[in-house]
Design a protein around this ligand. Structure first.
Ligand SMILES: [Zn+2]
Length: 720
């Protein structure tokens, strides 16, 4: 039994209540009557009088339990009353009164296979009460159940599970005493959760030997109708299983007025952690700062420097901006770079607005502040380009970018829509039309830049504008790839620099705003911090959404979040030990339909193979892979043979380059393919097997060209 079988998600409360009642009634027999199974099996039972038998069994069972309880606790608590305490009820073994049995029993229910759990649990009645507490807690937090609904549910369950509390705050271990700090001026309040409180060392990687921490600071408006903003300080441990977590949280009107006051607790905490490391349960780890991952305004705020709209606003180089078309632009691509020492010594006085509390941390304030490509590239440059194509000036020169004719925009939109059934399941969003561009999210601009753009803009943009777009697409693709980002770092830098330099001619000098300019600094950032996804704001952005959802009403938002986070961390501690799935391969959808090649006869067949960040399945959008030699294949069957995984595939008769500028696309493992070979080949599934997007290409001439062509583009990220 798990929480899903008790209460499925998405049901109305009344339905949930009914379902719970019936599930509970069903489970009563075995839960409270461990002797029932024995009696049923006994030949001496008179089956013509089942009612009498049941009554007798129930009574004897109650007596047994009462005896067990008094043995366990030495108390005299009565099984049937509501006053029975959690610790002693049901338990027939003193060892199992310890909290450690919580995770143990929970682990047991977490197993997929439920064939025998019914009879197993009947012999282990002590497991049930522990399970329901933990399972209910997890369920309530996962589905964000309103506390009033949870309170009613607890009232329903109480007669059947006397060990459950009536108050949801007791179940969820809601923090009741916490101190909020009022910042100067009384404009806002701050709560410090702490760095080490959010880190579970067991979930952190052993290598490298020290923990690398990333921090994100961002402001987010809470309500449309007021100026109330949240300013969380988030932390993420590089390469860990941990989600980002909140270190500190400010809530008030606008951004915190005094940066020293806002960061006071954080700076003290971080400098202690950097100096002493973190120790938990006898494990000690050193800690280093990896970088701050923030958008440009937040970087300027934290460092107390001029913003990107100022003349010395670039935080990586010293060039003085030029005022063009009402904005500051940065036309140089090779200006002298800032160094950490320059920053510390305030060599370029015009860059600084004042001192920053972060100076006391002895971290590089230039190298320690990474340029995040989610804001810079996806929401910055790509959005700017697409807006130019939709709303820019109209001119006839094919070597200049300008507003596209209405029919061209409609064609791109219909091509995007035609891809919506083809994008693999790893993508969080399906393509939308350009009409909705103002509502596009960062992930959609990334999808356009790296996957769908090369397909939908081909033949629509002029060759000059398209090839210029491809400089950005390939440059970013190389920097996102864990291997290419090092091997081709200089090449990627050259592509992005060429993109910036040509932008002035193609889009006009006013295009060279801070975001576009910063592309020339991106390859160097990758050398410091690894591929672009290692230090992107995507994971923080996802977490910020969850944080905002914790606020249910406008009154006192900060305490609401503090309580929710307290509940989450208490729950995580109680089922900490259950998390054991660290990235194995999971097969599902067993079938017997073939094809199975002769050498693998007897292998088990599956329709889906899942590993973290990637799913291969026998359907049109999830079936395309590259083998170890980067050859595109379509998976027709998934086999398990002697513990190894094999993919039965068809390869393509025609494989060519999808594009030729700035390099033949096969150089970055992107292809145009058509016509499958009839015969099958077998690929041993390995770490190098790469899943691809398999996108139908728009047919230019549907009458004469009857052969469907597809673009094959390897998926780059775990999170799309
Ligand atoms: Zn610069």
């Amino acid at each position: 039994m798990n929480e899903e079988s008790i209460v499925p998600a998405g049901f109305s409360y009344r339905t949930i209540r009914r379902r719970v009642q019936s599930s509970v009634a069903e489970s009563m027999d075995w839960l409270h009557n461990p002797a029932y199974v024995q009696v049923e099996a006994s030949t001496s039972v008179d089956t013509s009088e089942p009612c009498d038998t049941e009554v007798v069994v129930a009574e004897s069972d109650m007596l047994n339990l009462a005896t067990d309880e008094s043995e366990c606790s030495g108390g005299t608590c009565d099984f049937v009353t509501d006053n029975c305490s959690y610790d002693c009820s049901y338990s027939d073994d003193t060892d199992n009164c310890s909290p450690g049995s919580e995770s143990l029993s929970y682990d047991h229910v977490d197993v997929d296979d439920d064939d025998n759990s019914h009879s197993d649990d009947a012999h282990k009645p002590e497991a049930a009460p522990v399970v329901i507490n933990v399972a209910l807690t997890e369920w309530a937090l996962q589905h964000d159940i309103p506390r009033s609904a949870l309170r009613s549910l607890l009232a329903v369950l109480k007669p059947f599970h006397p060990e459950l509390p009536l108050d949801p705050r007791t179940l969820l271990k809601t923090p009741t005493s916490y101190e909020l700090k009022t910042l100067a001026g009384g404009q806002g309040k701050y709560y410090h959760f702490g760095i080490s409180a959010g880190i579970t060392l067991e979930k952190c990687p052993d290598s490298p030997s020290c923990l690398l921490l990333q921090f994100n600071v961002d402001g987010l408006p809470l309500f449309k109708s007021s100026s109330t903003e949240l300013w969380p300080i988030l932390c993420y441990v590089r390469r860990s299983q941990l989600d980002p977590f909140v270190v500190g949280l400010y809530c008030g009107k606008g951004k915190p007025a005094d940066i020293f006051e806002y960061l006071d607790d954080f700076v003290k905490d971080l400098s202690k952690v950097l100096a002493e490391g973190i120790t938990q349960n006898g494990i000690h780890r050193h800690v280093e700062l990896d970088c701050f991952v923030c958008d440009a305004p937040a970087r300027a705020y934290l460092k107390n420097v001029k913003t990107f709209s100022g003349y010395y606003g670039c935080d990586k180089c010293t060039q003085e901006g030029e005022y063009v078309d009402g904005k500051v632009t940065f036309p140089l691509t090779n200006a002298p770079l800032r160094t950490d020492a320059d920053f510390e010594n305030r060599i370029n006085e015009e860059h600084h607005r004042g001192p920053t509390p972060l100076s006391s941390l002895n971290i590089g304030l230039v190298t320690g502040f990474a340029i995040d490509y989610m804001h810079l590239v996806c929401l910055g440059v790509v959005r700017r380009m697409v807006n130019f194509w939709l709303r820019g000036p109209i001119h006839k020169d094919i070597d200049r970018a300008g507003r596209l004719p209405g029919n061209a925009v409609a064609t791109v939109s219909s091509r995007l829509m035609s891809l919506s059934d083809a994008v693999p399941r790893e993508f969080a969003r399906k393509p939308r039309t350009l009409n909705e561009i103002d509502r596009w999210k960062a992930t959609e601009f990334r999808q356009l830049l790296l996957y769908t753009g090369p397909v939908v803009f081909a033949g629509i943009l002029s060759a000059t504008v398209f090839n210029h777009f491809m400089l950005l697409s390939v440059g970013i693709l190389l920097l996102c790839d864990p291997v290419f980002c090092c091997e081709y770092n200089q090449y990627a830098h050259d592509l992005l620099t060429a993109f910036v330099e040509q932008s002035a001619e193609i889009y006009g000098p006013g295009f060279l705003v801070f975001n576009v300019h910063c592309l020339v600094h991106l390859a160097a950032e990758v050398q410091l911090h690894g591929n672009l996804d290692n230090f992107s704001a995507f994971r923080f952005e996802n977490f910020l959404k969850q944080l905002k959802q914790m606020v249910k009403k406008a009154h006192l938002p900060l305490p609401q979040i503090v309580r929710r986070i307290g509940e989450k961390s208490a729950a995580e501690k109680s089922y900490n030990k259950c998390i054991s799935d660290f990235g194995g391969i999971h097969l599902s959808g067993e079938h017997y339909n073939g094809p199975v090649p002769a050498e693998l006869v007897g292998a088990r067949q599956f329709s889906q193979l899942r590993k973290p960040g990637m799913t291969i399945a026998l359907n049109d959008k999830d079936c395309c892979v590259l083998n170890d030699h980067a050859q595109p294949h379509i998976v027709q069957n998934i086999l398990l043979h002697n513990g190894s995984h094999f993919l039965v595939c068809q390869s393509f008769r025609r494989v060519s380059d999808l594009f030729n500028q700035p390099l033949p696309s096969s150089g970055v493992r992107i292809y145009k393919v058509s016509r499958l070979h009839a015969s099958h080949t077998v690929i041993a599934f390995s770490e190098n097997t790469q899943k691809c997007a398999f996108l139908p290409l728009p047919t230019t001439d549907s009458v004469s060209n009857r052969t469907a062509e597809f673009a094959v583009l390897p998926l780059l990220h775990g999170h799309h």
